[in-house]
Write a protein that binds this ligand. Sequence first.
Ligand SMILES: [Zn+2]
Length: 165
Amino acid sequence: MSSRLPKQVDPWRVSEQGLSYTGVVELVDFPRLAPLLIRLQGKVAYAFRFSRDGLGRPLIAGNVEATLWQTCQRCSLPVTIPVDADFQLVVVEGLDEAAALDDATDPLMVDEAKIHLLELLEDELLLSLPVVARHEACQAWQYDDEPIAAESRENPFRILQKLKH
Ligand SMILES: [Zn+2]
Protein backbone atom coordinates (compact mmCIF):
# COMPACT_ATOMS: atom_id res chain seq x y z
CA MET A 1 0.00 0.00 0.00
CA SER A 2 1.40 3.36 -0.97
CA SER A 3 -0.34 5.38 1.69
CA ARG A 4 0.69 6.72 5.05
CA LEU A 5 -2.63 5.73 6.48
CA PRO A 6 -1.91 3.58 9.53
CA LYS A 7 -3.60 0.21 9.30
CA GLN A 8 -5.14 0.61 12.72
CA VAL A 9 -5.16 3.22 15.46
CA ASP A 10 -6.09 3.42 19.10
CA PRO A 11 -9.02 5.87 18.90
CA TRP A 12 -8.51 7.18 22.44
CA ARG A 13 -4.87 7.96 21.82
CA VAL A 14 -5.27 9.65 18.41
CA SER A 15 -8.30 11.60 19.66
CA GLU A 16 -6.31 12.84 22.63
CA GLN A 17 -3.59 13.97 20.21
CA GLY A 18 -6.15 15.46 17.78
CA LEU A 19 -4.57 13.69 14.82
CA SER A 20 -5.70 14.00 11.21
CA TYR A 21 -4.97 11.81 8.23
CA THR A 22 -5.52 12.67 4.59
CA GLY A 23 -4.37 10.84 1.52
CA VAL A 24 -5.22 8.43 -1.22
CA VAL A 25 -5.52 4.63 -1.36
CA GLU A 26 -6.15 2.28 -4.25
CA LEU A 27 -9.53 0.68 -4.93
CA VAL A 28 -7.86 -2.74 -4.98
CA ASP A 29 -7.11 -2.29 -1.27
CA PHE A 30 -10.78 -2.95 -0.43
CA PRO A 31 -11.43 -6.70 -0.61
CA ARG A 32 -15.13 -6.54 0.33
CA LEU A 33 -15.89 -3.75 -2.12
CA ALA A 34 -13.84 -5.08 -5.04
CA PRO A 35 -16.17 -7.97 -6.03
CA LEU A 36 -19.03 -5.46 -6.44
CA LEU A 37 -17.12 -3.35 -8.96
CA ILE A 38 -16.40 -3.93 -12.64
CA ARG A 39 -13.33 -1.72 -12.69
CA LEU A 40 -10.66 -1.68 -10.00
CA GLN A 41 -8.36 0.95 -11.44
CA GLY A 42 -8.95 4.06 -9.41
CA LYS A 43 -8.18 5.85 -6.23
CA VAL A 44 -10.03 6.66 -3.06
CA ALA A 45 -9.32 9.98 -1.36
CA TYR A 46 -9.88 10.06 2.37
CA ALA A 47 -9.73 12.44 5.31
CA PHE A 48 -9.98 11.56 9.00
CA ARG A 49 -9.97 14.03 11.88
CA PHE A 50 -9.93 12.75 15.45
CA SER A 51 -11.20 14.73 18.42
CA ARG A 52 -13.39 14.25 21.49
CA ASP A 53 -17.10 14.82 21.78
CA GLY A 54 -18.79 16.60 24.73
CA LEU A 55 -18.65 13.41 26.80
CA GLY A 56 -14.95 12.85 26.14
CA ARG A 57 -15.49 10.00 23.69
CA PRO A 58 -13.38 9.65 20.54
CA LEU A 59 -15.06 11.52 17.70
CA ILE A 60 -14.07 10.78 14.11
CA ALA A 61 -15.06 13.20 11.36
CA GLY A 62 -14.16 12.09 7.89
CA ASN A 63 -14.76 12.16 4.19
CA VAL A 64 -14.30 9.62 1.44
CA GLU A 65 -14.30 10.39 -2.27
CA ALA A 66 -14.11 7.98 -5.19
CA THR A 67 -15.63 7.07 -8.52
CA LEU A 68 -16.96 3.52 -8.51
CA TRP A 69 -17.91 1.47 -11.58
CA GLN A 70 -20.77 -1.01 -11.56
CA THR A 71 -23.02 -2.62 -14.13
CA CYS A 72 -26.31 -0.88 -14.84
CA GLN A 73 -29.09 -3.28 -13.85
CA ARG A 74 -31.33 -1.92 -16.61
CA CYS A 75 -29.09 -1.85 -19.69
CA SER A 76 -26.04 -3.91 -18.57
CA LEU A 77 -23.62 -1.18 -19.59
CA PRO A 78 -21.08 0.28 -17.16
CA VAL A 79 -22.36 3.01 -14.87
CA THR A 80 -20.20 5.31 -12.75
CA ILE A 81 -21.15 6.07 -9.19
CA PRO A 82 -19.50 9.20 -7.83
CA VAL A 83 -19.05 9.01 -4.07
CA ASP A 84 -18.32 12.03 -1.90
CA ALA A 85 -19.46 11.07 1.58
CA ASP A 86 -18.96 12.81 4.89
CA PHE A 87 -19.21 10.74 8.02
CA GLN A 88 -19.10 11.36 11.74
CA LEU A 89 -18.59 8.54 14.20
CA VAL A 90 -18.38 8.35 17.97
CA VAL A 91 -16.80 5.43 19.78
CA VAL A 92 -19.44 3.98 22.10
CA GLU A 93 -19.34 1.11 24.54
CA GLY A 94 -22.88 -0.15 24.31
CA LEU A 95 -26.27 0.04 22.61
CA ASP A 96 -27.65 2.56 25.12
CA GLU A 97 -24.92 5.01 24.22
CA ALA A 98 -25.44 4.29 20.52
CA ALA A 99 -29.20 4.98 20.78
CA ALA A 100 -28.59 8.34 22.48
CA LEU A 101 -26.55 9.80 19.57
CA ASP A 102 -27.97 12.53 17.35
CA ASP A 103 -28.86 11.81 13.72
CA ALA A 104 -25.65 13.24 12.31
CA THR A 105 -23.47 10.86 14.29
CA ASP A 106 -23.11 7.12 13.91
CA PRO A 107 -21.94 4.79 16.67
CA LEU A 108 -18.72 2.86 16.31
CA MET A 109 -18.08 -0.21 18.43
CA VAL A 110 -14.42 -0.92 18.96
CA ASP A 111 -12.70 -4.26 19.46
CA GLU A 112 -9.48 -4.42 21.44
CA ALA A 113 -9.08 -0.62 21.56
CA LYS A 114 -8.28 -0.53 17.85
CA ILE A 115 -10.05 0.77 14.79
CA HIS A 116 -9.10 -0.32 11.31
CA LEU A 117 -9.14 2.82 9.20
CA LEU A 118 -9.19 1.06 5.85
CA GLU A 119 -12.12 -1.11 6.93
CA LEU A 120 -13.90 1.98 8.14
CA LEU A 121 -13.44 3.63 4.74
CA GLU A 122 -14.64 0.46 3.06
CA ASP A 123 -17.78 0.47 5.22
CA GLU A 124 -18.51 4.04 4.13
CA LEU A 125 -17.97 3.17 0.45
CA LEU A 126 -20.25 0.14 0.74
CA LEU A 127 -22.92 2.32 2.36
CA SER A 128 -22.61 4.76 -0.53
CA LEU A 129 -23.40 2.17 -3.19
CA PRO A 130 -26.94 2.31 -4.53
CA VAL A 131 -29.21 -0.65 -3.79
CA VAL A 132 -29.65 -1.04 -7.54
CA ALA A 133 -27.00 0.48 -9.79
CA ARG A 134 -28.43 2.10 -12.89
CA HIS A 135 -28.09 5.10 -15.16
CA GLU A 136 -30.43 7.99 -14.62
CA ALA A 137 -31.21 7.61 -18.30
CA CYS A 138 -29.86 4.56 -20.07
CA GLN A 139 -28.45 5.08 -23.56
CA ALA A 140 -29.96 1.81 -24.70
CA TRP A 141 -33.39 3.06 -23.75
CA GLN A 142 -33.12 6.25 -25.71
CA TYR A 143 -33.48 4.48 -29.07
CA ASP A 144 -37.25 4.55 -28.69
CA ASP A 145 -37.38 8.25 -27.97
CA GLU A 146 -34.72 9.37 -30.40
CA PRO A 147 -34.20 7.19 -33.44
CA ILE A 148 -30.64 7.66 -34.63
CA ALA A 149 -30.86 10.19 -37.45
CA ALA A 150 -29.03 9.30 -40.63
CA GLU A 151 -26.36 11.79 -41.59
CA SER A 152 -28.62 13.94 -43.72
CA ARG A 153 -26.56 17.08 -43.47
CA GLU A 154 -24.45 17.97 -46.41
CA ASN A 155 -20.79 17.10 -46.29
CA PRO A 156 -18.95 20.26 -45.15
CA PHE A 157 -16.26 19.75 -47.79
CA ARG A 158 -18.83 19.72 -50.51
CA ILE A 159 -20.25 22.98 -49.17
CA LEU A 160 -16.75 24.46 -49.31
CA GLN A 161 -16.38 23.39 -52.92
CA LYS A 162 -19.69 25.05 -53.78
CA LEU A 163 -18.52 28.25 -52.16
CA LYS A 164 -15.35 28.19 -54.24
CA HIS A 165 -17.27 28.07 -57.47
ZN1 LIG B 1 -28.24 1.78 -18.00
